[in-house]
Design a protein around this ligand. Structure first.
Ligand code: AMP
Length: 221
């Protein structure tokens, strides 16, 4: 059995992070931790947190760092994440990257994957994206579930995300360039970065990712 890995994945909205993380989580047997999925679940549960999150998320704004770091810190303390994880959608700002280093100290991440896709490609994907509101499985207008927008995996309703509107998509991409893209240099300086071309079929991209991860961490497997 492979030893667990601690990974984060960066990439624009629509780069395919969610789809690839589900596959990598299965391959490396670690939990897929998506902050976006966690916040959407909190919203659905109608908790106190839900009201605070709603406006940020609908408009594509970032949730304040302190709150995000608290949520991730709680999640990483759960036993299933003790030996490894793949983080999707976190960190998204320099403060979150610093917060994460503190959370993991004296350990560290193994790798940061940067899934690169042109903006024109992600814009086309996002407008066609549909997601299961129960399990977050991702579909598209070109690749719908087998039966009438009912999730193949869990039977949940497959819908368009509230923040996959044109205005929110542009805002999220703008924030990505301003706040998140600089983390690529941050991880490069720490010798943790692997850049992978995210254009191509999901299977092709998964193979590229696994090859890149194994090439960097291969001595541990
Ligand atoms: P995602 O599913 O990753 O696109 O996230 C959906 C929305 O959740 C984002 O547009 C933000 O409003 C919020 N969100 C998710 N992760 C973070 C994060 N690490 N920092 C701030 N806001 C976040």
């Amino acid at each position: 059995m492979q030893p667990a890995v601690r990974l984060v994945i960066l990439g624009k909205q629509g780069a395919g992070k969610g789809t690839q993380c589900v596959r990598l989580a299965t391959h490396y047997r670690v939990p897929h931790i998506s902050t976006g999925d966690m916040f959407r679940a909190a919203q659905r549960s109608g908790s106190d947190l839900a009201d605070r999150l709603a406006k940020f998320m609908r408009e594509g704004e970032l949730i304040p760092d302190a709150l995000v770091i608290d949520v991730v810190s709680d999640r990483l303390r759960r036993p299933d994440a003790a030996a490894g994880f793949i983080l999707d959608g976190f960190p998204r700002t320099a403060a979150q990257a610093e917060g994460m280093s503190e959370l993991l100290a004296p350990d560290d991440l193994d790798l940061c994957l940067d899934l690169e896709v042109d903006t024109a490609v992600v814009l086309a994907r996002l407008s066609k994206r549909r997601v299961c509101e129960r399990c977050n499985a991702t579909y598209s207008l070109e690749g719908p579930p087998v039966v009438d927008w009912t999730c193949d995996a869990c039977g949940g309703r497959v819908v368009q995300r509230d923040d996959d509107t044109e205005a929110a998509i542009w805002r999220r991409l703008e924030l990505y360039e301003r706040e998140t893209a600089p983390l690529v240099a941050w991880y490069l300086e720490r010798d943790k970065l692997v850049v992978v071309d995210g254009d191509g079929s999901p299977d092709t991209v998964t193979k590229r990712l696994v090859r890149a991860i194994d090439a960097r961490l291969g001595n541990r497997f």
